[in-house]
Design a protein around this ligand. Structure first.
Ligand code: GLA
Length: 755
């Protein structure tokens, strides 16, 4: 049983295959958090709590005057409240009708059911009755009538526990939620560090590890989206944890808007972590009888280091978050015209790229920005989602048919949540743009935000996009969003409800996506926000892949994809081969290296294939074959980070067949030192007693002179030649030497096969 309940003791124990989570309602009704960690028994862990008089930490009235040792300020809680004696960061802040800001939650009852709860209008992990159980613990504030439903989804085999919160106003007066976090987790002991992911446009998700010191540390976004700048995913770990070992907790927020993930190490060196919607732009009114759903957080615990956390999350995202036809179906190798043409194309040019790419084995042509309205640069046209037939030289439907006739599928770029001032849509509905009355709005990329919090705007966009999807054969949509939101205000909301705008905007986005993905299930949606500015587990519920970054340089991508891989699977990471010198960094890298780095993602091209020399086209043909050959390992394999791009000379990762029969290792020399020792990787997974041989991709030696080949083969480490074999145990413990560097930014793709 995943959920064990001792009704008399009000003790709740949640088990997954390798973890246990426990909470208990005490004699006052406070729901105390007792344990989250390695799988253990169901026994009551409350013996571990210490009750002492902590000066200046108040005592609830109900405990009686003689007891000074019970304080909410130091007790570990499941869901903390602001205003009634807990001075730490809190999960819930309520403003009551009388203006007071106080709530005190006490246990009332619980419910349990088979399967996994869903959340209306919001993304959530899904699982069937065999795979998951739900626990709902109901707490209430008897004074105000606020009811808090704590939801726990237990996916036993996946080592995943999800949390979400529903808040109901059962009182007689109106309340305002000023903060309604999705989870609170307390540890009474332990020295922790946390790993967060910071970045910027064209350099997303850099890894930062910091010690949790006394005080509050946080990452978050007030930009309307989850943002390039901080990702709504973090790992909390023991001091000695590393890639392969050590206790780690992973927290991934299934939300694409403004978030706050905060930690506090308190006066007693206890640690609290809270995650939820950012409270800065949030004030949600609940009239009597109304309710509010806070989005979901997915948690996992592993003693197999960061790698263990990543693999648990990868599988859960692939199997329990991504939905629809594209969850299982092989994703097409695509070519996107953005870096090939930017805004400057004709229909004829597009068809020529599609034709050439089809001959190389590419399966999907994506027409990026510039096909609609008056849109020859980024100053105008957003909102006018009507094909520019003059530019295309025909109707969109006809263009699609021409491309399909080349043997390609056809895909299209949209940026539905933005509007240009210079657009017909803005001219007819200026109030649909997000602006503050009486102020000039801030422009970003010279565009404004379209108010997705309004139902009429959502409906307009659903209808417009549906019309295009219905009249044109479209197999793919790139859903972009190229600015952060500011000047937050909606002409559709009353003055006192403006604090709801940021969250309503996200709910509107989710509604439009839900409607379109349900109506057009065959369309593969790829998320995007100036590259990876909205790369979160919430978006992956609607779009199973997201363009990882506008930075397509293979070497910069090593860091971006490395950071992204901590929380998200390869199947989610949009990654393309682009031209050199790279448009973002001016770096020149070999085509093979660009191919291997893009193969650590959804794989595609973003360059003008018509301009490629014949030898390069041949290489592209071979790359596509390689990608298909290893698709099962790339998309469904167990992912291991072997060498980090942040140190040494070489970045390496491994995709392993879960049965241990084969693995694919990619090693990229991001730097070269003179006369250095060989690079060794400790191979992960595999069967210890089996024998393996390492095989290089023979295409990588093509074009070499006999002398170069001879010299290379002479220096080739043991394990790569016919007849040479190494045990799985030796590969794990002693390692495999990576062949030497032969070219700047050399990369090797090494197939390890059981022999
Ligand atoms: C964003 C995307 C790019 C491209 C442009 C088009 O920057 O991330 O891939 O689609 O918009 O304007």
């Amino acid at each position: 049983m995943a959920i064990v309940i001792d009704q008399k003791e009000k003790l709740f124990t949640l088990h997954t295959a390798h973890t246990t989570y426990q909470m208990k309602a005490d004699r006052l009704g406070t729901l105390l958090h007792l344990y989250y960690g390695r799988r253990t028994d169901d026994s009551d862990k409350s013996y571990i709590l210490s009750y002492r008089d902590r000066g200046f930490s108040g005592n609830p009235y109900e405990v009686g005057k003689e007891i000074k040792t019970y304080s909410l300020d130091v007790l570990p809680q499941e869901y903390s409240c602001y205003g009634t004696g807990d001075y730490r960061i809190s999960g819930l802040k309520v403003q009551n009708e009388d203006g007071s800001q106080a709530a005190a939650l006490h246990y009332r009852e619980y419910r349990m059911e088979k399967g996994k709860y869903a959340i209306p209008g919001l993304p959530a992990v899904y699982a069937d009755e065999e795979e998951a159980q739900t626990l709902e613990v109901i707490l209430e504030d008897v004074v105000s009538g606020v009811e808090v439903h704590l939801l726990y989804g237990v996916l036993e085999a996946r080592d995943i526990i999800t949390r979400a919160v529903k808040i109901k106003n059962r009182g007689a007066g109106k309340i305002i939620l000023q903060k309604a976090a999705s989870m609170n987790l307390d540890w009474t002991s332990g020295e922790f560090e946390w790993i967060t992911f910071y970045g910027r446009h064209v350099m997303e998700r850099n890894v930062q590890r910091s010690r949790l010191v006394h005080g509050v540390q946080s990452v978050g976004s007030v930009r309307g989206t989850s943002s390039h700048h901080y990702n709504p995913f973090a790992i909390l770990c023991e001091k000695n944890a590393d890639e392969e070992k050590g206790a780690c907790y992973g927290f991934s927020f299934l939300y694409s808007g403004e978030f706050l993930m905060e930690t506090e190490k308190d006066q007693c060196s206890q640690t609290r972590l809270i995650c939820g919607i950012h409270p800065d732009n949030f004030a949600w009114e609940l009239q009597p009888g109304a309710e509010f759903d806070a989005p979901e957080v997915m948690m996992t615990y592993s003693e197999k280091g960061f790698g263990g956390i990543s693999r648990n999350l990868h599988k859960t995202i692939r199997n329990h978050i991504c939905r629809g036809e594209w969850k299982e179906k092989r994703r097409p190798v695509l070519i996107n015209n953005w870096e090939a043409t930017y805004f400057h194309f004709t229909g004829e040019k597009l068809v020529s790229i599609a034709k050439e790419a089809a001959a190389l084995g590419v399966e999907l042509f994506v027409l990026d920005d510039g096909w609609f309205g008056k849109r020859d640069d980024d100053n105008s046209g957003l909102g006018d989602w009507f094909p520019n037939e003059k530019k295309l030289g025909c109707s969109l439907k006809e263009l699609a048919e021409k491309i399909i006739a080349c043997g390609m599928q056809f895909g299209l770029w949209f940026e539905p949540e933005c509007i240009s001032e210079d657009s017909d849509l803005y001219r007819s509905h200026p109030d649909w743009a997000v602006t503050v009355p009486g102020r000039r709005p801030s422009l970003s990329r010279n565009q404004l935000i379209l108010d997705f919090s309004r139902e009429e705007v959502q409906n307009y966009m659903i209808d417009r996009m549906s019309a295009i999807f219905a009249e044109t054969r479209i197999s793919y949509v790139k859903w972009d969003f190229n600015r952060s939101i500011c000047d937050k205000f909606s002409y559709g909301l009353d003055a006192e409800r403006q604090g709801e705008f940021a969250h309503r905007f996200v709910l509107g986005l989710y509604r439009v996506l839900e409607t379109l993905t349900t109506r057009f299930p065959h369309i593969l949606f790829e998320g995007c926000s100036g590259g990876g500015g909205r790369f979160d587990a919430g978006m992956l519920y609607y779009t199973p892949q997201i363009w990882c970054s506008d930075n397509t340089d293979a070497i910069a991508r090593l860091k971006i994809q490395y950071g992204t891989s901590f929380g998200y699977p390869v199947s989610a990471m949009g990654s393309h081969v682009s031209a050199v010198p790279n448009h973002q960094t001016r770096r020149v890298t070999p085509l093979a290296t660009r191919g291997y780095v893009a193969m650590a993602g959804t794989f595609g091209y973003e360059l003008d294939v018509t301009r490629m020399p014949e030898e390069e086209k041949e290489q592209v043909r071979k790359q596509i074959k390689q990608f298909r050959k290893y698709y099962h390992l790339i998309q469904y394999g167990e992912y291991y980070r072997l060498l980090s791009p942040l140190e040494g000379q070489c970045t390496a990762w491994e995709m392993e067949d879960p049965e241990g029969r084969e693995a694919l290792i990619t090693a990229v020399y991001h730097d070269v030192e003179g006369n250095s020792a060989p690079v060794i990787v400790k191979v992960q997974g595999l069967k210890r007693e089996a024998f393996y041989q390492a095989k290089l991709n023979p295409d990588d030696m093509e074009g070499w002179s006999e002398q170069e080949k001879e010299c290379f083969l002479e220096g080739l480490p043991y394990g790569y030649k016919e007849g040479e074999k190494i045990t799985g145990a030796a590969l794990q413990d002693c390692g495999l030497a990576i062949p030497d560097v032969m070219d700047a930014f050399q990369a090797w793709q090494i197939h390890i096969v059981e022999v």
